[in-house]
Design a protein around this ligand. Structure first.
Ligand code: PMP
Length: 401
């Protein structure tokens, strides 16, 4: 009988062990998967210590908000904790419909559809919409869920240089006519570098070449635009010019799951063809209720968005004043501070934790090997003083590396 390979010998495991060995050799702790106690944004309690948190996507500070938690609790009392099957089998609950109507209204689209995971939303949508003979062109920094969905679809896939419309147009010129449907996939606000897509330019290209445009608003929703309506508001374009709006419930909306907003036809197609919809459970009642309550609050309290945006601007100008390398960050809710190699990233993360700042590094393979960085997520709940403190500590520790 042949023995199966041991998990300990697999590259996925040995790679992780190599990172741990580097941490041990240089005497810093492994920052990943730390367990934390109950805490509210912008703080996090780890091993009894209250730290200033720059590692959560709770952009509008709505996680744990009394109205959001109350809505989730009421939904449990009404419906229980699960819808217990996929919606195609179990049917919808009122909360699914209300949340989807509110999301469609937010994007001014005909319809919306929620999924239990943001990642699965991208994977299933791309796989349902495209097939061999089609072409997916994505920004080279697009999220893993876009890459996985593109691969699964069987379509031809090519990446264009980050935010480079000339690079995209060259691909369209070369490949458009030899493919049936073409889908361009981008993010509204990029999660590694904190810069925005050129939405106007993308719309012009997609119209010129007859392609669909899909915009992942995971980090744009609640963050971009005067009232947090996202990149369409920031760019001053009609949301109807985008064929597929995608977003997550897990970030500004303090819940879990993802959604697609678009035409009735798109949503009907996905309801019956997207694997992550047909073969996966519907949003649990408390999660749907929390997202709906958070969406209402985000609209009712635009000052949260304004505080977040002021924090982003302040972070960027203060970081520049201190001489920190923030790469292409444009001063919204995500801001990288470049560190260099993996050892420096581990060391500085450890120092920051010791000094009360919880910020995690992004290292290879998520970013190129010499482009390790600390990635700061800002929220509406950080104060200017907290941001200033975190940046001074960053500058001191970088200088001491
Ligand atoms: N798209 C982007 C751009 C993301 O950054 C993420 C997660 N960080 C996702 C999709 C997946 O979302 P979720 O974590 O809600 O599954």
């Amino acid at each position: 009988m042949r023995r199966s390979q041991r998990f300990d010998d697999m590259p996925g495991y040995t790679g992780v062990m190599k990172h741990r060995a580097i941490a041990d050799r240089f005497g810093f702790s492994d920052p990943f998967y730390q367990c934390h106690s109950p805490s509210r944004t912008p703080h996090i309690v780890v091993e009894g210590r209250t730290l200033l948190n720059f590692s959560a996507y709770d952009y509008l500070g709505l996680n744990g908000h009394a109205a959001v938690s109350a809505a989730a609790k009421a939904a449990i009392d009404q419906y229980g904790t699960s819808v217990s099957a996929s919606r195609i089998v179990a049917g919808d609950i009122e909360l699914h419909r209300e949340l989807e109507a509110a999301l469609a209204e937010h994007y001014r689209t005909e319809a919306a559809l929620t999924f239990v995971s943001g990642h699965a939303t991208n994977v299933s949508t791309l796989a349902a919409l495209t097939e061999p003979g089609d072409l997916i062109l994505h920004d080279e920094l697009a999220h893993n869920s876009i890459l996985v969905g593109a691969k699964l679809s069987g379509a031809t896939v090519a990446a264009f240089r980050h935010n480079d419309l000339n690079s995209l147009e060259r691909l369209l010129q070369r490949e458009r006519d030899s493919h049936k449907n073409v889908l361009i996939a981008v993010e509204g606000l990029y999660s590694m570098d904190g810069d925005m897509a050129d939405l106007r330019g993308l719309i012009a290209l997609k119209q010129r070449y007859g392609a669909w445009l899909m915009v992942d608003e995971a980090h744009g929703f609640g963050v971009l635009g005067r009232t947090g309506h996202g990149i369409a508001e920031a760019a001053g374009v009609d949301p109807a010019a985008v064929d597929i709006w995608m977003g997550t419930l897990s970030k500004a909306l303090a819940a879990c799951g993802g959604y697609i907003c678009g035409s009735h036809a798109l949503v009907e197609l996905l309801k019956f063809r997207a694997a992550g919809q047909v073969y996966s459970v519907g949003l649990s009642p408390p999660v749907a209720a929390a997202a709906l309550a958070a969406l209402k609050l985000a609209h009712a309290e635009p000052e949260r968005v304004q505080r977040l945006q002021a924090n982003g601007r302040m972070f960027l100008s203060e970081a520049r004043r201190l001489g920190l390398d923030t790469a292409t960050c444009q001063g919204y809710a995500i801001c990288p501070v470049m560190v260099g190699d993996i050892v420096s990233a581990g060391r500085i993360t450890d120092r920051m934790l010791k000094r009360g700042i919880y910020v995690l590094p992004i290292i290879y393979p998520a970013v190129p090997i010499k482009a390790a960085r600390l990635r700061f997520f800002l929220t509406s709940e950080h104060t200017p003083e907290q941001i200033s403190t975190a940046l001074s500590i960053t500058a001191e520790e970088l200088a001491a590396l």
